[in-house]
Design a protein around this ligand. Structure first.
Ligand SMILES: [Cu+2]
Length: 498
C-alpha cells in the first residue's frame, strides 16, 4: 500500500482534507487573494464548527465539534503550501481558529480582538496563510474554553525533502474530557474562580495526596494496574496535578474501554505524531513492549533520542519512530497527578487486548521531557547577539484563582514591545508553584541548548531564557496553554511592526 492510501486509512477517523488540493502555482478561479507562489499548492477546505453528539466509545456526549468527529478533520499540506480554510460557525457562540505552532501571517492567527473580529454565529470566515515549516501541529479555537470541548484537530505539514523512512504514520491526539458529562468547561472555571481556600474544586495540589503512598512496588498496591506514582517526587514537573478533575481521558477521541486500534505488521517502522490537545493535563506516554525514538518536537527535528516514556505538556507535540514487535501493545497516556488513563491499541499479531487499566512497565521508567532533547543542527537558530531582553514572569496562584504575566492579568499587563529584525530574549521565569506550558504564537524559539520549540513546559519556579528571531511582524499572543490559566489571565501580547 502506498504512503498516501496508508495514511488515509490509518488516520481514517479524522477524514482527510485533501480533496481541495490543487497542484501547481495557479490561484483558484475566482480568487481575490494574493496569488500563490510558483510551485506551491493551494489547500482549500471548509470546516463546520457545530454542536454534535459524539460517541467516545460507549460514552455519548453532547458537545461542540468540527464536523461530527473528535478529533476534527486532519488538514495536511506540504511546507510552503498556501492554505485557505473557511470556517462556517454554526455554534451558538462566537469562535475563531488558531493554527497552533505555524509561523503564519499574523492576520490569520485567529486571536479575537487582536488579529480579527470573532466569527459570529451563522457566519463564515476564511483563513488564508502559508505554512512555511514542516511538522506536527494542530488547530483549535482561541476563544474562551472552547478547546476543552471537541474543537481540536491535527494539522500536518509534510517536508518535501524528507525521505519518510517508515511504513506507517499514526497521529495520536491526547485529551482530557468532561464536556457533556454533567459539567461544561465554563462551569469548571466558574467553580475555580468562585471557590476559595479549599483547593478551588479538586484542583491544585491533589497530586500531593499521592506523596505519602508507597508506590515503589506495584505489589504493595495490591497487584497490577496501578499507574506509577503521578505528581509525586519523581514527576518531572513537581507536584503539579493540574486544576481540574476529569472523568475521562481520550486518545483519538476514544475512552480506553473502546480504544482506537492501529494495525501493522511485525517489524514495521511507524512514525508516531503525538499531540497533547488537553486543556489541563500533562500526560506521560509509553508504548508497551517498545522504546520510542523521539525525532521531532513542535515540528522541528532533534537529535534522535530513545526513551521508554515521554512527558508531554498541553500544546506540545512529539514525533517518534518505533519498530513494532509481534503482538498486541497498549499505547498508554497517564495523566500526571490524576487518576485514570487513556489508551490506543497497536496490533501486529494475534492476542487478547490488554485491560483498559494496564500499566506497561515502560510507563514506570523515567519520562523524557522536552528540555532534555538536543536540537538537530538544521534546527538551530543562527547564532547572534541578543538585542533586546524582556522580563516575562509567570505569576499567580490557585486561591484566589488569578494568573498573569509580570504580576498582572492579560489586559492589564504591558505588551512585550520588540522591533523587526531583532534577536529577542524572553526571560521566562515561573514564579508559581505550578507547571505551565508556555506557548508563543507565530514563532519557534530556541531554548538555551538551542532546542527549537513553540510550547515549552516550565516547572514550578523554573527560569528559562528563550531566544527568538523577530522575523514575522504582527501582534502575537504569548500565553500559558493550560486553558484555564490562560482564560484567568496568563496571557500577554508581543508586538512589532514591519
Ligand atoms: Cu499555566
Amino acid at each position: 500500500m502506498n504512503q498516501v492510501s496508508r495514511r488515509r486509512m490509518l488516520t481514517g477517523g479524522f477524514g482527510l482534507l485533501g480533496a481541495g488540493v490543487l497542484a501547481g502555482g495557479a490561484p483558484a478561479a475566482g480568487s481575490s487573494a494574493a496569488p500563490s507562489l510558483p510551485g506551491r499548492a493551494l489547500v482549500e477546505k471548509t470546516l463546520v464548527a457545530q454542536p454534535a453528539t459524539l460517541d467516545l466509545g460507549g460514552l455519548q456526549v453532547d458537545t461542540w465539534a468540527y464536523g461530527d468527529t473528535v478529533p476534527g478533520p486532519l488538514i495536511r499540506a506540504t511546507a510552503g503550501d498556501r492554505l485557505r480554510i473557511t470556517v462556517d460557525n454554526q455554534l451558538p457562540a462566537e469562535t475563531t481558529v488558531h493554527w497552533h505552532g505555524i509561523a503564519l501571517e499574523a492576520a490569520a492567527d485567529g486571536v479575537p480582538g487582536l488579529t480579527q473580529d470573532p466569527i459570529a454565529t451563522g457566519s463564515t470566515y476564511t483563513y488564508d496563510f502559508t505554512a512555511p515549516d514542516p511538522g506536527t501541529y494542530f488547530y483549535h479555537p482561541h476563544v474562551g474554553l472552547q478547546l476543552d470541548r471537541a474543537l481540536y484537530a491535527p494539522l500536518i505539514i509534510d517536508d518535501p525533502k524528507e525521505p519518510g523512512c517508515y511504513d506507517h504514520e499514526w497521529v495520536l491526539v491526547l485529551d482530557d474530557w468532561l464536556d457533556g458529562t454533567g459539567r461544561t468547561p465554563e462551569d469548571v472555571l466558574q467553580a475555580l474562580t468562585s471557590s476559595s481556600g479549599n483547593g478551588a474544586g479538586h484542583g491544585g495540589m491533589t497530586g500531593m495526596d499521592h506523596g505519602d503512598m508507597d508506590m515503589s512496588s506495584p505489589e504493595a498496591m495490591g497487584g497490577m494496574d496501578h499507574a506509577p506514582m503521578k505528581g509525586g517526587g519523581d514527576s518531572p514537573y513537581g507536584e503539579d496535578a493540574g486544576d481540574v478533575t476529569y472523568p475521562h481521558y481520550l486518545v483519538n477521541g476514544k475512552v480506553p474501554e473502546a480504544p482506537d486500534v492501529l494495525a501493522a505488521k511485525p517489524g514495521d517502522r511507524v512514525r508516531l505524531r503525538i499531540i497533547n490537545a488537553a486543556a489541563d493535563t500533562i500526560f506521560t506516554v509509553a508504548l508497551g513492549g517498545h522504546r520510542m525514538e523521539v525525532t521531532h518536537t513542535d515540528g522541528f527535528p532533534v537529535k534522535p533520542q530513545e526513551t521508554d516514556a515521554l512527558a508531554i505538556g498541553m500544546g506540545e507535540r512529539y514525533d517518534a519512530i518505533v519498530t513494532l514487535a509481534d503482538g498486541v501493545f497498549p499505547f498508554v497516556t497517564a495523566p500526571m497527578g490524576k487518576d485514570g488513563q487513556a489508551m490506543a491499541l497497536i496490533r501486529t499479531g494475534s492476542g487478547a487486548a490488554p485491560a483498559p487499566t494496564v500499566t506497561p512497565k515502560e510507563l514506570r521508567c523515567p519520562a523524557l521531557i522536552g528540555a532534555e532533547l538536543e536540537p538537530a543542527d538544521s534546527a538551530r537558530l543562527e547564532t547572534r547577539d541578543v538585542e533586546v531582553a524582556l522580563p516575562m514572569a509567570l505569576t499567580g496562584q490557585m486561591d484566589p484563582y488569578q494568573w498573569g504575566f509580570n504580576g498582572a492579568p492579560y489586559g492589564k499587563n504591558d505588551p512585550l514591545m520588540i522591533r523587526e529584525g531583532q534577536r529577542v530574549q524572553l526571560d521566562a521565569a515561573n514564579q508559581t508553584m505550578m507547571a505551565h506550558p508556555l506557548h508563543v504564537h507565530g514563532h519557534t524559539f530556541a531554548l538555551p541548548n538551542g532546542l527549537r520549540k513553540d510550547t515549552v513546559m516550565l516547572a514550578p519556579m523554573q527560569s528559562l531564557a528563550l531566544q527568538l528571531q523577530a522575523d514575522n511582524p504582527g501582534d502575537w499572543m504569548v500565553h500559558c496553554h493550560n486553558l484555564y490559566h490562560g482564560e484567568a489571565g496568563m496571557m500577554i501580547e508581543m508586538r512589532y511592526r514591519r
